[in-house]
Structures are given as structure tokens and as C-alpha cells.
Design a protein around this ligand. Sequence first.
Ligand code: PLP
Length: 412
Amino acid sequence: MKIDQEYIRVVGNNISPKDIIRAITDTGKQDEAFYVMNVGEVIRKHELWLKTFPKIKPFYAVKCNDSKVVLRLLAALGTGFDCASKGEISRVMSLGVPAERIIYANPAKPSSHIKYAAKVGVNLLTFDNQSELFKIKELHPKAKLVLRIRCDAKDSQCPLGMKFGADKSSIKALIQLALELGLELAGVSFHVGSGCRDLAAFSEGVLAACDALTEMVYCGADPYILDIGGGFLESTIHKVSLSVNEALESVPHGISIIAEPGRYYVDSAYTLATAIHGIRGKEYYINDGVYGSFNCVLYDHANPLPIPLKETHNDDLKNFKIWGPTCDSLDMVNDNVLLPELEIGDWLVWECMGAYTLPVCSTFNGFPVPNVFYIATEDVWKVVQDIITLANPEDQFDPVNFNVTLLQTVSS
Ligand code: PLP
């Protein structure tokens, strides 16, 4: 079965990604690793977001997974987009998303990328240092600036504070310099770290951002945005919302609240299937590794765990090492994981692989980046069609360009 890119197959309501993986691998024709992407998960996450954070508009962090299906879906659902570069801005705008729905949220931007943002009308830009202000003054003087402050979670999968975010001690001077240069200060942002496990971090960030907003007003600016960044996980979003929504009560009137969730929207939507093509004692060799999808082990500090596709008995589990397919010994997916004795040609299933995987994959050693098999259940497909129809025409989102096709129904 050929796996096309960027088409959505509509499947029966009781069909799961694992059923699809079984259907594909049972053909005996699928050799390479592949993903099944469940469109319904992204819609479910958006609905949960709206319910949990009714006052916070999400600007999806494109870096996390720049699939056009994901971007088109979120564009139709009405989210904004957090872009890190000219390339991401161009990708999002090529789908008909207007510049006003984009925040260029990289505090250290190459000059040519700032010029591009100015040319296409992306005006909302973050900064955290003086040299960025001088560049922006020269290349994008009409920019609306969001000061990123440092607010680190005590525990996160990927801390970001050592690279970005103005220290408390530098905030006043940055505000004053921006105003001296005649630049517009639109607001304040922070990012607690990706995959945040510290429940108090977001509300602490909101309070620190409120102080910075107050300082802006004191210095003569008129800010109107508070951006609480990314770092959200579905498992903790409810608890986080209780303290964040309470902290938002202290935000001055007239300030719009936005966020930049990435991982939250896409992680659970993607399930990866890999085949075992080599066995050496208690070592399995599979057809995707750290130069492919499992780059997340190195860059995202992730610890993905496999589930054998075929039925096995739990009492026969042993410790195995899992290697990726390249000739590099760094290409180790897991050095100690409990698995049954499997055979060459058996498949392993990896859930929650949608965040910080595909955009970073390489073809090192000639191994291809896994294809994605997009699915929507019949009920979800009806919702997708409604979303497209309802997408605001002012958004210049053209439903005809929503490149998804009802191809076939895979039944169990
Ligand atoms: N915003 C910025 C500026 C980021 O750097 C990142 C991740 O690195 C995100 C948002 C998305 O974070 P997450 O995927 O943890 O929600």
C-alpha cells in the first residue's frame, strides 16, 4: 500500500491508529518505518484548550511539527502561529494565513529574516537584548515588540532559559532603550521550558510578566499583549489552568493573552511504526533511529518506549537494546527496554511521536524520512469539513486549497 503525503484517509469510527498499522504491515509490502497521524487528536486538543483556557488565544509553535495538514487544520480552527524564521513564516503564509495571525517569536533573528518579516507584514516580534533592538530599528521600525523575559520552570524536558529571556535586572534598561529608539512596545512574553513538569511555573511567569508590563507602563509605553509561551502537556493542563487562570486575574485590563503551545497540540496525534530488521542476542536493529524520528532522544531529551504490534505475553519480557539503522554507534534508540523475544519482520509501535521528531529527521546513511499516513474517522471528517466551511473568509483561508481527499475507508 502506497502511503501518500498530505492526504487524509477517512476510516471507520472504531478504527484506531494501531488497526491502520496492522492493516498496512499485514500487506507485507511495507518495508520502511511510517507514521499514522490521527487528525482527530489535533481537533480534540484544540477543543480542550478552548475549554481550559477560554481567555488565551493559542499561537501554535510551528517548529514542533510543520506538517501542512496540521497547519491547515489549525489555520481553519482559528489559531495563530508562532514562527521562528523566514522559512516558517513563508510556509504558514503560503497556506493563506494572514500576517496578523503570526508572531515571529525568536528573540535572536538574522537580519534577512527581519527584513522578510517587514516585507510580508509580520509585525509582532519578540526580543530580549539590546542588539536586537538596534537591528529592528533599522530593518523593521514599525514592529510591535514583545519583550521575552526569563522565567524558568524547576523541572522541564527542555529548559530554554539559558539561551533566551531577559533577566529581571535588564528589563528596565531594555524597555527604556526601545522607547528611546522610538519603537512600539506591545507586551511581554516568557517560556517556562518545553515539556514543563513544574505546575507552578506558568503562574509564576504570569506574575513576573505582570511586573514587566507595569514597568513598561511606568516608562510610558502602552502594552497590550501578554504571551505565556509554550511548555504545556495534556497530562497537567487542567491543574496548570487553575493557577494560570487565577494569576490572569492580576493582569491589567486591556491586555490580550496569547500562548505558543507546540508539543501539546501534536504529540499524541502521531504513532510511529518501525520494523525489526536485525537481531544480535538481546539487541534489536530497527529501521528508524536517532538520525530519523528518534532524534528526539538526543535533542528533545525524550524517552520513547515501544509496544510490540503482535500479541505477546508479559511474563516473557527481557531487557533489550534497540539500535537505529545507520552504521553509527551513537544511533541507539534505547539501551535497556523490556520486550519479548521478537523476530525479524516484527513491528514495534511508538505512541506520542508527533512533537519535535519529523522536522528534524535526516536521511543519514540513505535511510528515508518516514512517510505519514493521515487518518480521520468518519465523525472527525464531518467536523473537519465543517471547520473548513466555517473558516472565516476574512482569514483568506481557501477551503479548496485544503489538500485533503477522501481516498478510501480502511476497515478492520
Ligand atoms: N515558543 C517558543 C519561542 C519556543 O522556543 C518553543 C519551543 O522551543 C515553543 C513556543 C513551543 O514549546 P512547546 O512545544 O513546549 O509547547
